[in-house]
Write a protein that binds this ligand. Structure first.
Ligand SMILES: [Zn+2]
Length: 113
């Protein structure tokens, strides 16, 4: 890690060069934020998202892909054993898996927009 405040940036309030990162929850916000502020007088410098949204979307996308693969695998197992299952059971599984796969594809499309 680099030395803190090696850039020599000064606080516009007190001209000190020490800054800190603190988490906070602004009024009317839906998510926590990180604030960069002066360590001396607490003058606000900048707010940053608390969570790395790009990372979260990537993680969610991976989970959706895994879920889709699970459903497709379930479909293959059902189809392989279709003779042992009642036709209404097969129909229900098929309808359910089609709905799940459709929902997954819609979610993936939204994630990649
Ligand atoms: Zn200050």
């Amino acid at each position: 890690m680099a030395n803190p405040n090696s850039s020599g940036t000064k606080c516009p309030g007190c001209t000190k060069t020490g800054f800190e990162l603190v988490e906070d929850f602004p009024s009317n916000a839906n998510y926590k934020m990180w604030y960069i502020r002066c360590a001396g007088c607490k003058t606000f410098m900048q707010a940053l998202p608390y969570s790395d949204t790009n990372y979260l979307v990537k993680e969610l996308s991976t989970s959706v892909t895994n879920l889709r693969n699970e459903v497709q695998s379930m479909n293959q197992r059902i189809n392989a054993n279709i003779g042992d299952l009642g036709s209404s059971t097969v129909r229900n599984f098929t309808l359910l898996s089609e709905k799940i796969l459709k929902a997954i594809e819609e979610l993936k499309e939204k994630l990649h927009k």
